[in-house]
Write a protein that binds this ligand. Structure first.
Ligand SMILES: [Fe+2]
Length: 438
């Protein structure tokens, strides 16, 4: 049954699909101000490890929550469980979806050798580019059908996994991938999907989101469905050893944005905030070391675990304005997703801060900076410039001609519904103008 707008306590942005986000997640989307101040404070005390308290529990008395996740096998070497997992699922012929870079790094050959030893046939589709287009999904479907497959294995970053989810939808439900844009549009169960992420940041391997670049309309479209949460994710930090410094930084800043947005999301709970804060903690401690020394195994594992925590947090709490804006820039200007998030994040924190200062103060404490708006914003700007030296701003001012369209797209983005403060058009214009390259 369609969800009535009045079922939500948050005023949804314009896209009609946004109205059903709350019912989909079985959340009641409660604006920050409607949660009892005392209860919220108590919940935050629970989370605040620096205060060392576990005295009370807030959210259970306020609302029901649901927490979803794939089966997770994580830690160094966990990719070696691929054959056992596939055999346990009864797979006989799989479609292995990847990209050429991952293939060159050798991870695909290892996986194929495992599958052959387990007597599982496989066909490979490696035609995937960053910010994947609908045609790549259609091509993946053709490969799947040509191999008469009974399951999908995705080895790669967010783009690879998003395409794998798209293929899973089309081979079970028919139609075209663009028919499934929106919330809870996938009615048929998908074939088994096993993921082995090779970047530490997108968390597509745990999330119910698939992002497809609608190049005709210059925007990123979102499919949001429990049906596309992978069945199993093998989260192996060793697969990120071959990443470039640039990609490590971009994907880690994506993970930081996931954690920061989930922390203040209006659909957050104690459980999601625990994961969000742990992700922020790990990234604060280990990202500088990871960027300094790519051979440091501890830092490599910590950043991968941070991505996993951030993924569990946003998969269950939703995202916010950072991603709403990033999707417009990725769709229109084809900019790397992590780069967009890294630059936008401090500006959005500055915009949101007064709506939920207590939650941002928790993040500031975990990051080891003074719990004030300016200190946190400065700290995030510092992290961004340290991770991505030379990137100051995202757009050349010639793109200002597209501003009305980008604002429309961001205001209609699915992610905006759980942002703690709903922006007006004028707010959006100010935020976009701050992203002009200097
Ligand atoms: Fe993201």
């Amino acid at each position: 049954m369609a969800t009535r707008p009045s079922d939500l306590e948050v005023k949804a942005p314009r896209a009609s699909c946004n109205r059903s986000v709350g019912s989909y997640l079985r959340f009641r989307l409660v604006p920050y101000g409607k949660i009892g101040k005392a209860a919220l404070k108590a919940g935050m005390l629970l989370l605040d490890r620096k205060l060392g308290l576990a005295r009370t529990f807030s959210d259970m008395s306020v609302q029901f929550r649901k927490f979803i996740s794939p089966e997770l096998i994580h830690g160094p070497g966990s990719r070696r469980w691929l054959d056992r997992v596939a055999v346990n699922m009864g797979l006989k012929r799989v479609c292995l979806i990847t990209d050429k870079g991952v293939r060159q790094a050798g991870w695909v050959d290892q996986a194929v050798a495992q599958l052959i030893a387990a007597e599982i046939a496989c066909v490979i589709f490696d035609g995937i580019q960053p910010n994947p287009r609908p045609q790549q999904v259609r091509d993946g479907v053709a490969t799947y059908l040509s191999g008469d497959c009974d399951g999908i294995i995705a080895i790669g970053g967010g783009s690879v996994i998003d395409v794998a989810k798209g293929v899973a939808i089309m081979v079970s439900s028919g139609g075209d991938i663009m028919d499934f844009i929106g919330v809870d549009t996938v009615r048929m169960p998908c074939p088994p999907l096993i993921c082995c992420p090779t970047t530490a940041g997108s968390s597509a391997d745990v999330s119910p989101f698939a992002v497809i670049n609608d190049e005709e309309n210059g925007l990123k479209q979102i499919i949001f469905s429990k049906a596309i949460i992978p069945d199993v994710s093998l989260v192996d930090p060793e697969t990120t050893n071959t990443l470039s410094q640039e990609l490590i930084a971009e994907t880690a800043m994506d993970a930081l944005s996931h954690a920061m947005e989930a922390l203040v999301s209006t659909a957050g709970s104690d459980l999601t905030r625990v994961h969000a804060l742990r992700a922020i903690d790990l990234l604060t401690t280990f990202l500088p070391l990871r960027l300094r020394d790519r051979t440091n195994a501890e830092a490599c594992q910590a950043v991968m675990e941070a991505s996993l925590h951030a993924g569990l947090a946003f998969s269950n709490a939703g995202l916010g304005l950072v991603h709403a804006i990033a999707h417009t820039l990725g769709g229109m200007l084809d900019l790397p997703h992590g780069q967009c998030n890294a630059v936008i994040l401090p500006e959005v924190v500055d915009f949101n801060y007064a709506t939920c200062p207590e939650l941002y103060q928790l993040a500031a404490k975990v990051m080891g900076c003074e719990p004030s708006q300016q200190a946190l914003v400065d700290h995030l700007r510092g992290m961004q410039s340290q991770a991505m030296p030379g990137i100051q701003g995202l757009m050349a001012d010639e793109y200002l001609q597209h501003l009305p369209r980008m604002i429309d797209n961001a205001l209609s983005d699915l992610c905006l519904v759980t942002n703690p403060r709903q922006p007006a058009r004028e707010d959006m214009e100010v935020l976009y103008r701050r992203l002009i390259r200097v």
